[in-house]
Every structure is written in C-alpha cells, then in structure tokens.
Design a protein. Structure first.
Length: 307
C-alpha cells in the first residue's frame, strides 16, 4: 500500500470529537484542545538509506534532520515549538560515540528553537538506523492568539507563494542543513491573512496537491516564476522539473489573497525572499504554464513511501 493511500485509509476510520481534536490526521500537525489552549503535535522519522546515508552524512546530521523535520511541520502551522521527545533504534554494535553524535545533532537544532528534548527511547536491532521525533507546539502570539494555519483554507483566486529557493536539495546539503521557517511563518501569520500553508517536503507539486485536495480547488503554476536554486545548472527545463518535483526543500508553500501577495512580494518582510508562483483556480488538478505560455497537466510527482 502506498503512503498516501494508507493515510487516507486511516483518515476514513478516524472519529474525533471536533471540540477536543479540531485537526486530526492529514495535516502537518494534529491539534488537541486542552481547555482553552491548543496543543499541536507532529512526528517524523529519519531512516538510513531513505532520508540520510549514514556513512556519507554522519550521525550528527541524522540527529539534526529528524528534529528539524518536525520543527518544519510546526512552522507549516505558524506555531511555536514547546518540547520534543525522540527515539533511536540503533544498528547492532553501533559505536557509543556515534550515538552521542546523534544526540548532539538533535540538541543543537532543538536548542536553537528553544525546544527542549524532554524524553524518548533507545533500542537496538539488526536493521539500519531509525530515528523518530515528536514535537509539541502551541499557538503563536503573546497571548496565543495566532490561529494555526491548516491546508484546507485555500480559496479560488488566491495567490500561491513560496519562501526561499527550490530544487536540488539532495545535490547540495540543503536537505540536511535547512532552516525550519518558524520565525517566517509566525511573521506571515501575524502580518497578513494566510489562507493555507504546508512545508515542502515531498515536492512542490505533491505538497501543493495536498493543499488543493484539502481545499477542494486546483492550481496553476507559472514555470518562469519559480525561484530556482542557483546550484541548479544545465538545461533550464531540468531545473524547473527539479524545483517542481525534487522535494526536501522545507520551504513554506502558502496561499494568500491577491492583495496580500502584492504587498508581501513588494515589501519582502522576511529574512528570505517571498515569490508568487501561481494562482488557485476552480478546476481540480494542477496546471503548469510553460515559458512559452503553453498549458499542461502538472503531475503531483514527488517522494512517496511504498512506490
């Protein structure tokens, strides 16, 4: 079974009291209501041979990445991290010094975002290194007044925007050293009305499809407007394909009204650039508008477990 099919199967069997669990499986974080407060929760894995290559990238990078991935999910909801728990399933005869490096990598990124690692578990087995992290978060704002941003709020006519540059994350070290866009997401949520948001992990095309599916809309993307990673060289069409389908950029992909998009792109209020790359439309599916104006179906190709 493919990953998305399994998630949809789980969603079809989820039955929550919406007053206690406003957001369940299928978004970047779940939201559990505790009295008048919201607790956000997200979990991620890093597997040797899938998300990292341990012999090449090293244990500290693996530890950093597993916490950073969960922090990026917190960013996708425009929330603030509270604390983390983590697990490590270590290969047999794993060196103690490497295990310590994993923890150092976790701690470095967690401390940077004031997200203490408050617990976890350690085990060993005959398989490859497997790390998991769960990060808990809260609403942003001095009084917690910033509403978490979900995937399902995109409206027809919205501008589709991204932070940073896209493509080639695995060809460079970006997939290991990316910055979770927590500060940027909170600034956006405070300064304007973000309708929907997600972090780009699977790919721009696949993650945009997640927003469209959740919102019941479609989207058009303009190839010439994609902010390409300057490390991408060679054929321009290959660079566009990389920006659309590579994934692991961990940038913010969000929709806002046309008016807010103009203000954001003109003002550039963040420490990273904001680029408008397309528009939300009524017709379902994704469309790519090429450099010569031709329109074609954009397949939501990207990373998916079980393929």
């Amino acid at each position: 079974m493919r990953e998305l099919e399994f998630i949809e199967w789980i969603q079809g069997r989820s039955n929550f009291d919406a007053t206690k669990v406003p957001v369940g499986p299928g978004d970047d974080c779940a939201i559990v209501r505790l009295g008048d407060k919201d607790l956000l929760a997200t979990t991620d894995q890093v597997l040797d041979g899938v998300h990292i290559v341990l012999d090449r990238h090293g244990p500290r990078a693996a530890g950093r990445k597993v916490i950073a991935r969960s922090l990026s999910d917190i960013a996708a909801m425009a929330a603030i991290p509270l604390a983390a728990v983590a697990t490590a399933t270590l290969p047999g005869e794993f060196p103690a010094t490497d295990a310590e490096e994993i923890y150092r990598g976790m701690r470095e990124i967690a401390d940077e975002y004031h997200c203490p690692i408050v617990g976890g578990d350690v085990a060993s087995w005959d398989g490859p290194l497997c790390l998991t992290s769960t990060v808990f978060g809260r609403r942003a704002g001095v009084t917690g007044g910033v509403e978490p941003v979900v995937r399902s709020g995109a409206k027809v006519g919205d501008a589709v925007c991204v932070t940073g540059v896209l493509g080639g994350a695995w060809k460079s070290s970006k997939h290991l050293e990316f910055t979770p866009r927590i500060a940027e997401a909170v600034e956006l949520a405070i300064s304007c009305r973000i309708r929907s948001m997600i972090d780009i992990s699977d790919s721009l095309a696949r993650d945009l499809q997640h927003i469209c599916t959740a919102s019941g809309v479609g989207a058009e993307i303009v190839a010439n407007d994609l902010p390409l990673n300057p490390d991408l060289t060679g054929d321009p069409s290959d660079a566009v394909n990389a920006a659309l389908h590579d994934g692991e950029d961990y940038e913010l992909l969000f929709t806002v009204s046309q008016a807010w998009a103009r203000k954001l792109c003109d003002r550039q209020p963040l420490t990273v650039p904001i680029t408008r790359i397309g528009t939300i439309v009524q017709a379902r599916g994704l469309t790519l508008i090429s450099s010569d104006g031709r329109r074609s179906d954009l397949e939501p190709i990207g990373w998916e477990h079980g393929t």
